[in-house]
Design a protein around this ligand. Structure first.
Ligand code: 13P
Length: 236
């Protein structure tokens, strides 16, 4: 059963997030869809959503703290209010734009692991590394596992090549196959692909061996498209 996740990034309001989640929830319920679906809204749009058991709401980010003085951040006190127990860690936008280091990411991972959160942990190489070939790509990716307990039972991995994120350039099936096979050989955890996944290519990508689902940004933000994405992968 494919795992299909939507990362809202900095999109949607409280109102449109609620509409999105309610519509997706009704679709899953009415059609008895069994995919595991995860939606990561902005922190300002988190709420107590009444969802079916295979639709989970997660946080795109939170600080490794319950509460405290970390201006602009949220902690588990804020997540607990909405019973959020799922978090995205290591997304490339946080690594490259917000400057999170591997050390900070590992600390965050450990904190949320200790609390039993489901962690969707992202890895992926920038273009200049990809251009050096598969070996360089894998070495770069393995560095992103430093300090990360990959045996953690509640871990989902997401391979998201930086050059494919938000660019419209999806990795080729061969690129995906090569990297996923190599990661799976080392770490036997569900492994999603992310990076310009679209309504049109999601089924093909999710059908590649060792691809357990997709983490989608842009193409998932219109609810009808996200539902179509789930529809296209429901029998995989
Ligand atoms: P796009 O689907 O917009 O390329 O984003 C992928 C992503 O970063 C999901 O986390």
């Amino acid at each position: 059963m494919a795992i299909i996740a939507s990362n809202f990034k900095t999109n949607h309001t409280r109102k449109t997030t609620k509409e999105f989640i309610q519509t997706v929830n009704s679709y899953l319920e009415e059609n008895k869809i069994e995919n595991e679906v995860i939606v990561f809204p902005t922190s300002s749009s988190l709420d107590n959503f009444n969802t079916v058991c295979n639709l989970t709401i997660g946080a795109q980010n939170a600080y490794a703290v319950n509460s405290g003085s970390f201006t602009g951040e949220i902690g588990t006190q804020q997540l607990d209010e909405f019973n959020i127990k799922t978090i995205l860690i290591g997304h490339s936008e946080r690594r490259h734009i917000l400057g999170e280091t591997q050390e900070e990411i590992a600390l965050k991972y450990e904190f949320y692991k200790d609390l039993g959160y489901k962690i969707v942990y992202c890895i992926g190489e920038p273009l200049e590394v990809k251009q050096e070939g598969l070996q360089a790509t894998l070495e770069y990716i393995y560095e992103q596992f430093v300090g990360i307990d990959t045996n953690y039972e509640n871990l989902i991995l997401a391979y998201e090549p930086v050059w494919a994120i938000g660019t419209g350039v999806t990795a080729t099936n061969d690129d995906i196959k090569n990297v996923h096979n190599a990661i799976k050989e080392k770490i036997n955890k569900p492994l999603l692909y992310g990076g310009s996944v679209k309504v049109e290519n999601v089924a093909e990508i999710c059908a590649i061996p060792n691809v357990d689902g997709a983490l989608i940004g842009t193409a998932s933000w219109i609810k009808e498209d996200f539902i179509q994405i789930i529809e296209n992968t429901k029998d995989l």
